[in-house]
Design a binder for this molecule. Structure first.
Ligand code: NAD
Length: 461
């Protein structure tokens, strides 16, 4: 049967595109040079969450069990076993995608692809065999990789990226982490939890600078409480490798220079796009694949989705774009959309999740708004669980009360965020949320209380 679509890349965009196209009755080939699942399943979201789960259990057992009336002596963290578990989790999920490919009749080819011309892909298999494949539609879904700092490139041992941080041979005694986005923050928390002395350095004036200021401040307090050193507004001038690890020279305006020694330095300063060789393919100034509103590149019939096109670089945004692109290709009348309301989640302790507008953005665009903020320490379920750190903050339009943004710090934040997300996308107002009965006792009651707080009538404050 003739191939309808060749997908280059089997990550969150590529594999989802393959399944969606197959559901639409199309014959699909997906080319991946490693294992399907991409960064998310193999070297990102999933294995980090598995490790963070182990670390969190260890933290509770070692540091908090007594407060729950549980006697736990001699609790130790077996890093090797934790890593092995995280690899098993990844393996299981990648196996699941392989199964889905079989179920949907998607042909999976291993190797590296390059686009010779619209409709023509050259595949170089791992054994060097070169073949040519043809299809009327091609989707580039090649993702992104760690951005390096040219002054001190990664060597994979002393100066590492997130991939190496997932499988270090042991927990280092100390670690310098450059960048406090999701990767820097999650690994800082992970290693700090396991006894590593972490110094987290952020160039901007706040940790987690994408979040609202009060979220950043709450996380800085939590990180410092857990024993991390946090340096904000700090520039890493140099990192040199020494016999025992690395030494970094760090400057901060108005403050004395700092020299930090650590066993390992993790670079987590963002990602850069991965783009396959493709004659005549137009890129943006920052090197992303340029696409139009239908995700089509300047080459006829060649589309792109996911991290390689920039925008919101998260797995769930990539999957959304992939579905939009495929439906635009094959469903008559489909009008592909770009991701508009994308939640962001961070899995440290406490967790952070946000969706919609930040206060900063509302102020900048002159939108009048009201804030409802409620701490977990006044929520019965949180007190019972011993998880009282953090708050729910909701932002409503001042005039009509429409929900505009939600920012949550605390246990379960990454699950709770779906409720306000649904509220924003359904254009719910404070009055709608007031009228809802939230189950008791649940952490979700903080969403209700935050709504009441926006109108000055919280019950438990
Ligand atoms: P990021 O862009 O989210 O954060 C990088 C941080 O590094 C920023 O805060 C930036 O100000 C800082 N920075 C940049 N240059 C610096 C320098 N020279 N010195 C000090 N600080 C510097 O990137 P990331 O954390 O590397 O993550 C990469 C991608 O993966 C992102 O798109 C991220 O959203 C995604 N990701 C998401 C999750 C999640 O959703 N839980 C987890 C991991 C990664």
């Amino acid at each position: 049967m003739a191939t309808d679509l060749i997908i280059i890349g089997g990550g969150s965009a590529g594999y989802v595109a393959a399944i969606r196209a197959a559901q639409l009755g199309k014959q699909v080939i997906c080319i991946e040079k490693e294992r399907v699942g991409g960064t998310c399943l193999n070297w990102g979201c999933i294995p980090t969450k598995a490790l963070l789960e182990s670390a969190e259990l260890y933290r509770k057992m070692a540091k908090a069990a007594g407060t729950y009336g549980v006697e736990a002596q001699g609790v130790t963290a077996n890093w090797e076993a934790m890593v092995a578990r995280s690899r098993t989790v990844s393996d299981r999920l990648c196996g699941g995608i392989e199964f889905l490919f079989k179920k949907h009749g998607i042909e999976r080819l291993q190797g590296t692809a390059r686009i010779l011309a619209p409709g023509v892909v050259e595949l170089t298999a791992p054994d060097g065999t070169v073949s040519e494949l043809r299809a009327p539609k091609i989707l580039i879904a090649t993702g992104a990789r760690t951005r390096e700092i040219p002054a001190f490139p990664m060597d994979g041992k002393r100066i590492i990226g997130s991939k190496q941080a997932l499988t270090l041979p042991s927990v280092p005694a100390s670690m310098l982490v450059i960048g406090s986005g999701a990767i820097g923050s999650e690994f800082s928390y992970l290693y700090s939890c396991l006894g590593c002395k972490v110094t987290l350095v952020e160039a901007l004036s706040n940790l987690l600078p994408n979040e609202d200021d009060d979220v950043s401040k709450a996380m800085e307090r939590a990180f410092k409480k857990s024993g991390m050193t946090c340096l904000v507004g700090a520039k890493v001038e140099s990192v040199v490798t020494t016999e025992g690890g690395v030494e970094a020279h760090i400057t901060r305006p108005g403050k004395p220079d700092t020299h930090v020694q650590a066993e390992v330095c993790l670079v987590a300063v963002g990602v850069v796009p991965v783009v396959p060789e493709a004659t005549g393919l137009q890129l943006t100034e920052r090197g992303f694949v340029q696409v139009n509103e239908r995700y089509e590149t300047n080459l006829a019939g060649v589309y792109a989705a996911g991290d390689c096109i920039g925008g919101v670089m998260l797995a769930h945004a990539a999957s959304y774009e992939a579905v939009q692109a495929v439906e635009g290709m094959f469903l008559s009348g489909a009008v592909p959309k770009k991701p508009a309301l994308v939640p962001g989640c961070m899995y440290c302790h406490p967790q952070v999740a946000s969706v919609g507008l930040r206060e900063r953005e509302l102020r900048q665009s002159g939108i009048a708004y009201k804030v409802g903020k409620f701490p977990f320490q006044a929520i019965g379920r949180a007190v019972a669980a011993g998880s009282t750190d953090g708050f729910v903050k909701l932002l409503f339009g001042a005039e009509h009360g429409e929900l505009l943004g939600a920012h949550i710090v605390g246990e379960g934040a990454t699950e709770l965020i779906a409720t306000p997300q649904l509220g924003i996308s359904s254009e719910l107002t404070d009055a709608d949320l007031h009228a809802m009965i939230f189950a008791h006792p649940t952490l979700g009651e903080a969403i209700h209380e935050a709504t009441l707080a926006a109108d000055g009538v919280p019950i438990h404050a």
